[in-house]
Write a protein that binds this ligand. Structure first.
Ligand code: SAH
Length: 227
């Protein structure tokens, strides 16, 4: 079998995600075409970097499937200049895709992504991956319990959580700016999860909508799963 170049594999994956409806807007398409997923997976998984599937990373965690990264990035309605909080850095891949949208090279008004990760081994993995792909300038990895948000850097225009919570952690809603959007999987620790969007209106009222069934690893910490 002829081995394709990563750029070619990436282009094919993006076309498939567009056909499937997971990718729609030019800025998310551009970001998914640009970020090298092969640089965010384990050496042993490099051949599978462009399969549309989650892959194991360290400490029993997973890098989300590309269609999930695409869909969540679309739901966030990201704009250049946004301050974004991610809970669950993992490999750093999703943070890099969001960084491409909120801080593109040519933008004068660059946004920033803060990504909180609870496991030290993954803080190191994400930091190294973001460093070697040059996203470390616009993505800051912080070790801690992201179920409490990141009060020292709040408020945020957008917040997304890449592990499943029993319910929406109140600090995340508090740390959202008026007009802000939060995207989070909620439900069981491993089963029956739903992807929820929470929008904070200008008057501070929140509106939630549930989109579809999803499968994420459990959120730990104060507002996560205890066992
Ligand atoms: N967004 C990641 C996918 C990460 S998987 C990527 O693009 O690769 C979910 C991650 O959430 C795991 O790394 C897990 O350790 C982390 N996590 C779980 N509970 C957390 C918490 N309370 N605070 C911060 N990170 C948490």
């Amino acid at each position: 079998m002829v081995k394709l170049k990563p750029e070619e594999e990436r282009r094919r994956l993006v076309e498939a995600l567009q056909a499937y409806g997971a990718l729609r807007s030019p800025k998310v398409i551009r970001a998914m075409l640009k970020v090298p997923r092969e640089m965010f997976v384990l050496e042993s998984m490099k051949d599978r970097a462009y399969d549309d599937t989650p892959l194991p990373i360290l400490s029993g965690q997973t890098i989300s499937a590309p269609h999930m990264v695409a869909m969540m990035s679309e739901l966030l309605e990201l704009e250049a200049g946004h301050r974004v909080l991610e809970v669950g850095a993992g490999s750093g891949y999703h943070a890099a895709v969001v960084a491409e949208i909120i801080a593109p090279e040519e933008a004068e008004n660059k946004g920033h992504v803060y990504t909180v990760e609870i496991l030290p081994e993954l803080v190191r993995f994400a930091s190294e991956n973001l460093e070697k792909t040059s996203y470390a300038k616009v993505v800051t990895v912080i070790q801690g319990d992201g179920s409490r948000g990141l009060p020292s850097h709040a408020p945020f225009d957008r917040i997304f959580v890449t592990a499943s919570a029993p319910s929406v952690p109140p600090p995340l809603v508090e740390q959202l700016k008026p007009g802000g959007i939060l995207v989070i999987p909620v439900g069981g620790a491993y089963i029956s999860q739903t992807l929820r969007t929470v929008k904070k209106r200008q008057d501070g009222q929140v509106e939630s909508s549930d989109l579809m069934g999803v499968a994420f690893v459990p959120l730990r910490g104060e507002y996560g799963w205890k066992s």
